[in-house]
Design a binder for this molecule. Structure first.
Ligand SMILES: CC(C)(COP(=O)(O)OP(=O)(O)OC[C@H]1O[C@@H](n2cnc3c(N)ncnc32)[C@H](O)[C@@H]1OP(=O)(O)O)[C@@H](O)C(=O)NCCC(=O)NCCS
Length: 185
């Protein structure tokens, strides 16, 4: 049985070995155009710059804690009622129309919400205020996360339920190992 430390080490190494996914923007522009076409390459390059600028704006102007190595879609809604409560880790991607909340008027709370490293937060999902999504997690499209998510979990549905455990992910939450069903012994 692999020790917990060995597992963490293996996951970190696997994530590191996935670096080319993160470095796509540094490929030769002409070979990219030949492979993908002009418009997708221009879109990707322009978008990459806009995403970086927006991250700087969110960090410098709003005081959010967003690691430089993240991919936050331009259409993500990060709660500005309590912006300092937003924490997003290295290698994590948040897809379009996802919402990360740090306040709840109804319950009168302004709290810190954490998304760990190497996660994928799927399109149109909602992370409720005050929760922690662990490192190496995948949150499926449209999921409503209502409880803390342990590291290395895949969560889907409303309310979100853990579908798979011990998954391994690389940059932007790309699944490298599907782990096992959450109900497996
Ligand atoms: C979560 C996800 C990664 C699961 O993919 P997968 O491991 O291939 O899972 P499967 O398609 O085999 O589905 C397994 C089960 O989960 C369910 N399921 C999958 N995704 C779901 C979702 N987002 N919400 C609710 N249920 C979901 C399936 O219906 C299936 O249920 P069943 O076993 O009762 O039939 C994928 O569905 C997803 O949501 N990806 C994110 C897509 C996205 O947001 N893209 C934006 C740009 S990256």
């Amino acid at each position: 049985m692999m020790s917990e430390m060995a597992k963490v080490q293996e996951i970190s190494e696997t994530a590191e070995s996935d670096k080319p996914v993160r470095d796509l923007k540094y490929n030769n522009i002409f070979s990219d155009i030949k492979k993908y076409g002009v418009m997708p390459v221009l879109r990707t390059r322009l978008r990459t710059s806009l995403v970086s600028l927006r991250r700087l704006y969110l960090v410098k102007v709003w005081g959010m804690d967003i690691h430089p190595d993240t991919l936050i879609s331009l259409k993500v809604n990060l709660d500005r009622s309590y912006p300092k409560g937003i924490h997003i880790g290295e290698g994590t991607a948040i897809s379009f129309d996802a919402v990360v909340l740090t306040h709840d008027f109804v319950r009168g709370m302004h709290v810190d919400t954490y998304v760990g490293k190497f996660c994928q937060i799927g399109a149109r999902s909602i992370i409720m205020p005050g929760l922690k999504v662990g490192d190496h997690c995948v949150i499926g499209a449209g999921t409503v996360v209502t409880k803390d998510v342990p590291p290395n979990s895949l969560v889907v549905g409303n309310p979100g339920r853990i579908l798979r455990k011990n998954i391994k992910t690389g940059y932007w939450g790309k699944v490298l190992d599907k782990g096992e069903p959450a109900d497996a012994e």
